[in-house]
Ligand binder design. Structure first.
Ligand SMILES: Nc1ncnc2c1ncn2[C@@H]1O[C@H](COP(=O)(O)OP(=O)(O)O)[C@@H](O)[C@H]1O
Ligand SMILES: [Mg+2]
Ligand SMILES: [Zn+2]
Length: 305
């Protein structure tokens, strides 16, 4: 019955434990448990295999080749590892459970990396007001249904095009943009939320330090896979600031990276407050104007007072 040589397997695991400390611990525990299970029940591999669903190759472990995903906790500034299988068995319930765990952990890991990056580069953004903003809880006025459908289609295609949402103050553009950002991040994208003026301030702040930090802040916004640039055109810009905004938009455009912009100005009126080179890049990012959406309604801030 006990045709499996227990000692060499355990020795190998002890060696592995020496080699990769923390990670191998879980693996060793599991294999010890597994060897124990076989000893107690007097099973051998073939007998056990006979009880497995057709095609199952994991013998009930769910998968093979252990690896680990990192979850950051940006508030604590620490991280921890969650062991998962690199390959999950598609033929049994244990494999399906392992797949679910893997997908959940992967999403958590991606989201935590995003949060970590966000916090590291720009500090905690003032998104507290919008923390409940999701597409599921979004109140949508009838006159905005068309825009919402357009934006949802755009979201689903995950295309490299960006979009531009414009409307008066307080109609819910930022709320909507955050809800769309959350959906992209939930789908696995790395995302960043910045207002135009917060970006400029972040770049300005680095000027006290060395050029290294400046490049780091710029690079984060230039290269993040999904960027929300809130309130474009909100303030009067100096020539220096126009250069910064233009460089950001150019980088997003040439990198073909989706950028969701909001503004109080429709694209024509944006010409009154931004140089033509900026306006043309804004339109370029919004698929040459194909993804420009009005967002109407009363001022929700006033209504609340
Ligand atoms: N669809 C919505 N459902 C619930 N609250 C909303 C919605 N849209 C906006 N709000 C809230 O109304 C306020 C103003 O919205 P905001 O997105 O800041 O407007 P804008 O960016 O267009 O000036 C915010 O507190 C926001 O959370
Ligand atoms: Mg806003
Ligand atoms: Zn299996």
């Amino acid at each position: 019955m006990l045709d499996l040589p227990a000692t060499p397997i355990l020795q190998a695991d002890v060696d592995r434990l020496e080699a990769v400390k923390g990670l191998a611990r879980a693996r060793l525990d599991r294999d010890l448990g597994w060897a124990h299970y076989r000893l107690e029940l007097g099973f051998d591999r073939d007998t056990l295999q006979g009880t497995r669903p057709p095609g199952c190759w994991c013998l009930g472990l769910g998968g093979r080749t252990e690896t680990a995903l990192t979850i950051f906790n940006p508030d604590a500034g620490s991280s921890y590892l969650v062991p998962v299988w690199r390959e999950r068995c598609p033929h049994c319930p244990e494999g399906q459970a392992a797949e679910t765990l893997y997908q959940q952990t992967l999403r958590q890991s991606v989201a935590s990396v995003t949060a970590q990056r966000l916090k590291r580069v720009f500090g905690q953004p003032s998104l507290r007001e919008y923390q409940d903003a999701t597409l599921d809880t979004l109140e949508v006025l009838p006159e905005n249904q068309l825009s919402l459908h357009g934006l949802q289609d755009w979201l689903i295609t995950q295309s490299t095009d960006g979009a531009y949402i414009y409307g008066l103050v307080g109609t819910g553009k930022t709320h909507l943009a955050v809800a769309l950002l959350r959906a992209r991040v939930a789908a696995g994208d790395y995302g960043l939320f910045l207002s135009e003026s917060a970006y400029l301030q972040a770049v300005r702040d680095t000027y006290q330090d060395d050029g290294h930090r400046t490049a780091e802040v710029q690079h984060a916004a230039w290269s993040v896979p999904f960027l929300v640039l809130d309130d474009v055109g909100a303030e009067l810009l100096t020539p220096w600031a126009e250069t910064q905004v233009r460089a950001l938009l150019t980088a997003r455009l040439t990198g073909q990276l989706p950028t969701l912009m909001t503004s109080n100005y429709d694209p024509l009126a944006l010409r009154d407050v931004r140089e033509e080179r900026i306006v043309s890049r804004v339109l370029g990012l919004a698929a040459d104007g194909a993804h420009v959406y009005p967002w109407l309604g009363p001022d929700r801030r006033e209504r609340r007072l």
